[in-house]
Design a protein around this ligand. Structure first.
Ligand code: S3P
Length: 429
């Protein structure tokens, strides 16, 4: 796809598709619950479809309209799947469902696409084995395909070193059928959608925040089917927020965006850089804070630093944050973000390589990068590495650069945002 640079003005109001993390969890908790669950404004994308197909393969009946789902929960008694379960490109599907499958006595195998089969799974399979699940797989269960025979689990106390919400969620889901208490402690809290949604399904979840963030639950609890509204995804809205801030003229209103504090590090950083962003009409939907976000151009952005404590709250926004940093005056730096190397692509490499191709001054570190910002970017050939967030971030960079940009695999945006390019081109005046 070719993108013309030299953007002059953006204008409009947009409700980006629903939150990916919440859409995955709505399907999984609905499947685990007793009775019916109604999911409203569900994100239909490649990743979330992988989760939906997986629960269907376990015997869950689903009535589907485009963004509305009615799930007949199975109250933890799933059917043994007759084939391998495919998480495709989705880390959340694979890791959370490994937690769910660990509660089941039957045999199952989870696999994924080439990218997901390279990503680390030991972070969930090790603690799940400790809880009592029989798990084996490539590299002793560190890589998919992974085979599971679950059953009699016991609760564990786990320190979540990497502040991974996928790991925390997998263990909490397994903990729902374990004997005793399962607890997960984090130095920096990761996104807390699982805790919040479990409560909406009637589960008692204890959270304490003294020295560290600790979440615990008692095994043997029942989930009661409910209605879940999915708000707009702040990770998808981030691309338009960056566009609105960096465009020379105009205004963008992003409606119904999830503003959970564990997810809005990107917006906090932009504010710190001097951007004009305001949260309007703050409210709560299905136990999650939501707001409309108003974005105006900011001519004088300044460089900023991101530290390891800040990384979890903006982990998926680093590609688009790096683009904003390239346009800001002075030095910006991201450190403590080694996790980016094991996302859908090696995102540190993808960011550095593509920004360099556009003429930016960038230095790569093992755990991040440093950008000398403020020099105009020029159009370039962008390699997405099949990574949706790299494609979207550099499409925005291409619009703001001088000359033409070529994106090698624009279709990969369907992982989280199938209508991304339609929405993007609609806002351009
Ligand atoms: C997610 C957690 C994060 C994030 C991913 C979605 C989730 O991953 O990067 O896109 O829905 O729990 P980690 O748990 O690996 O940090």
């Amino acid at each position: 796809m070719r993108i013309k640079g030299g953007l002059k003005k953006v204008e409009g109001s947009l409700r980006v598709p629903s939150d990916k993390s919440i859409s995955h969890r709505a399907v999984i908790l609905g499947a685990l619950a007793r009775g019916r669950t109604f999911v409203r404004e569900w994100l239909r994308s490649e990743d979330t479809k992988a989760t939906l197909e997986m629960v269907k393969a376990l015997g869950v009946q689903v009535e589907e309209r485009e963004t509305e789902l009615i799930l007949e929960g199975r109250d933890f008694s799933f059917l043994e799947p007759s084939d391998v379960l495919d998480a495709k490109n989705s880390g959340t599907t694979a890791r959370l469902m490994l937690g769910v499958l660990s509660t089941q006595e039957f045999f199952s195998v989870v696999t994924g696409d080439g990218s997901l089969r390279r990503r680390p799974m030991g972070r969930v399979t090790k603690p799940l084995k400790e809880m009592g699940a029989f798990i084996d797989g490539r590299n002793e269960g560190s890589n998919l395909p992974v085979a599971v025979r679950g059953g009699k689990l016991k609760g564990i106390s786990f320190f979540n070193e990497k502040s991974s919400a996928q790991v925390k969620s997998a263990l909490l889901l397994a903990g729902l059928r374990a004997e005793g208490v399962t607890s997960v402690t984090e130095k920096v809290p990761s996104r807390d959608h699982t805790e919040r949604m479990l409560r909406a399904f009637g589960v008692e979840v204890k959270v304490s925040q003294e020295e560290a963030y600790k979440v615990e639950l008692e095994g043997g609890q029942t989930l009661q089917g409910t209605e879940v509204f999915c708000p707009a995804d702040p990770s998808s809205a981030a691309f338009f927020c960056a566009l609105g801030v960096l465009a020379p003229e105009g205004e963008i209103l992003l409606r119904d965006v999830l503003v959970n504090p564990t997810r809005i590090g990107f917006y906090r950083k932009l504010h710190q850089m001097g951007a004009e962003i305001s949260f309007e009409r703050e409210r709560e939907i299905s136990g999650e804070p939501v707001a409309d976000i108003l974005v105006r151009p900011s001519q004088e952005l300044k460089g900023v630093e991101v530290t390891s404590e800040e990384v979890p709250s903006l982990i998926d926004e680093v590609p688009i944050l790096a683009v904003v940093m390239a346009f800001a005056q002075g030095v910006s730096e991201v450190r403590g973000a080694k996790e980016l190397r094991v996302k859908e692509s090696d995102r540190i490499r993808a960011i550095v390589q593509n920004l360099k191709a556009m003429g930016a001054e960038v230095e790569e570190f093992e755990d991040g990068f440093r950008i000398e910002g403020g020099k105009p970017l020029k159009g370039a050939e962008i390699k997405t590495f099949g990574d949706h967030r790299i494609a979207m971030a550099f499409a925005v960079a291409g619009l703001l650069a001088q000359g033409e940009t070529y994106i090698d695999d624009p279709e990969c945006v369907a992982i989280s945002y199938p209508s991304f390019f339609d929405d993007l081109f609609r806002l351009i005046v």
